[in-house]
Design a protein around this ligand. Sequence first.
Ligand SMILES: [Zn+2]
Length: 426
Amino acid sequence: MWSARLLTLKKVYSRLNYKFCLRTTQRYLNQNLNSATPRIMDTRALKNPYTDYDGTPACTQHLFDSQGKLTEDFAGRVRSKINELLSLMENGLRSADPRDCTGYTGWTGIALLYLHLSDVFGEASFLQRALDYASRSLQCLTRRSVTFLCGDAGPLATAAVVYHRLQRPQEAEDCLTRLLQLHQPVVRGEGKLPDELLYGRIGYLFALVFINQQFGQEKIPVQLIQEISDAILASGEKLSMKRRYQSKSPLFYEWYQEDYVGAAHGLSGIYYFLMQPGFGIKFPSGNFPPCVGDARDLLVHWCHGAPGVVYMLLQAHRVFGEDQYLGEALQCGEVIWRWGLLKKGYGLCHGAAGNAYGFLALYKHTGAPQHLYRACKFAEWCMDYGKHGCRTPDTPFSLFEGMAGTIYFLADLLQPLRSKFPAFEM
Ligand SMILES: [Zn+2]
């Protein structure tokens, strides 16, 4: 297995200069950042009312101790808010779309929330709720999309994990078989499949990695994951060649003829995954615009902008150890702190909870209390749910737009070093 992987690695290195690739892309992006006027982000964000971290113990002592452990008082407030929001969510879900199976806005997202709560709190009743919602999602698969967040891989992978936890191996295997039936069509790119996270190959790849992480073993052979990585690389090379970008960026990706940058549809989401060492491919490769060439510095969301790009930068720092990447990631943190309390509300995809995960990622990477402090402050904002005049999302109780995502984040704040942005962070 190892020699095969090393061979691929060598092949990849000789074909492409990845480091150069990421650098040029970044330079490209920074030009856009510098030419943009940051003030228009003020139209999308509410003014951050909190004092920033000042380095004194007085500023953090009501939130967490010197080891980063939340105080009893603050953790208690978070826990009781989780319970309060959960019952509001359950109530609200009665009017949710009964045919939406997805992780993004539908039943799988709610199943993922309960799976997470059962991990954090160790209560069997949460696992039972996860099962209820996972079974519901299996009744209404899209039969069109293949990804974890917007397609059928999410419901199948989530249900497989829930069955596995409940020691129902036959049903788990059945879900895995159905999940793997999508593998070859994804590798071949059937139906003009894109590469990005929400609707493309990366979104299917995540489901396979999720299975291996949750089962704690190589349930899905790495070979299958690698075949998808290879297809994504080939597709990126092909577009780079078509655009005659080879000297600037040997890999390039688009979605609907737009050169997206952010985590949901864009380059940074794809690069974040390609740089995961476990895939056998080492991919060296302020705020960021939604698309390359877009001079509007407007969106500070996980889906578009610094809160999603930060994961790629931290991964690049982990892989190449170059301070420049860490510097850029810290700059993302500053952008999120200033413009991250969005008028769009408290959700994961484009809301305060999703943005706060950027602080948790920085905290896990650096251990600096400043980032945990900022995450706690964004949590306080989220605990005043509904009191800031934010707009109500289309799916107000869902995982990616609504209340389920806020609860997911609050539960993660109770164990900051183990926190992970759902359906994305590895
Ligand atoms: Zn979004």
